[in-house]
Design a binder for this molecule. Structure first.
Ligand SMILES: [Zn+2]
Ligand SMILES: [Zn+2]
Length: 271
């Protein structure tokens, strides 16, 4: 749970990654088109590797089958044309026209989810063009100029047409997709969210940092050095290599995380 928002999903390196926030109708990556992601409306695709994006055509076909509104996919620009070509081929195979939207993103994009929430992409560092996403909340607060005034005074000013509020935005959740640790230097807001969902594919000496970098991934050794400076209250690790069972990974984390960070850094999904 993230405040009153539920986070749901699956993630395993090279196998599948898709996380959803069902109350907002959004998904980060779609894996192969897993059942829990099919109900969402807006899909934020980090990059084009199959374990994250192969389900795009399937999600589109399921939406058509269920007579739901066409799904919207936000994705790196380099993915839009190839994905459109893939859909054109599926339309030929199935002799059916599909409705969908592919929208390319960059770091200046801002995508409204509803009046209370919006998303900004941030660049990540992977073997192909890739982005992460930060979910922001937006709320109105009393403007500092009017603080200390009585309730009735503020109501009167407001009735007279004076804007007594200011918009407060807060990064709630960042989701990285696949990336090297260097994503933390790429965007101001990527690591400012209360909850940081980040990939950490390798946990111990069986694969070293150089190996992680070769494949565009993050090693726990790198994260350990940064825990003190990362602002996130909670850090959820995804995209674990399938060489670790969950029980084994949790044991490694318990052994390797400094005590003060043990409640803060967890696997997602856990046991
Ligand atoms: Zn992956
Ligand atoms: Zn990847």
């Amino acid at each position: 749970m993230l405040g009153d928002l539920e986070l749901f999903g699956l993630s395993l390196s090279g196998i599948h990654t898709s996380l959803t926030l069902p109350q907002l109708g959004i998904a980060f990556d779609v894996a192969q088109g897993l059942p829990f992601s099919l109900k969402q409306k807006k899909f934020f695709i980090t990059h084009g590797h199959m374990d994250h994006a192969a389900g795009i055509p399937y999600v589109i076909s399921q939406k058509a089958l269920l007579h739901e509104p066409p799904p919207i996919f936000y994705m790196p620009e380099s993915l839009v044309l190839p994905m459109t070509e893939i859909m054109n081929q599926w339309e030929k195979i199935e002799k059916h026209d599909y409705q969908y939207e592919f929208i390319s993103i960059n770091e200046a994009s801002e995508i409204d989810i509803n009046p209370r929430y919006f998303i900004r992409p941030f660049s990540t560092v992977h073997r192909i063009e890739s982005f992460g996403f930060t979910l922001f909340s937006r709320s109105k607060k009393l403007h500092p100029d009017f603080q200390g005034r009585s309730q009735s005074e503020i109501q009167n000013l407001s009735h007279q047409g004076q804007d007594v509020s200011q918009t407060h935005i807060e990064p709630i959740l960042s989701f990285t997709g696949d990336t090297q640790i260097e994503f933390i230097n790429k965007s101001r807001w990527a690591t400012e969210a209360k909850t940081l969902v980040m990939e950490c594919t390798y946990l111990d000496q069986r694969k070293d940092i150089a190996h992680a970098k070769t494949w565009g991934h993050t090693h726990l050794d790198e994260l350990l050095l940064l825990l003190d400076e990362l602002k996130a209250k909670d850090i959820l690790l995804i995209h674990l290599s399938s060489r670790y069972s969950i029980a084994e990974a949790e044991k490694i984390l318990l052994e390797r995380l400094p005590k003060k960070h043990q409640d803060r850094v967890r696997l997602f999904p856990g046991q």
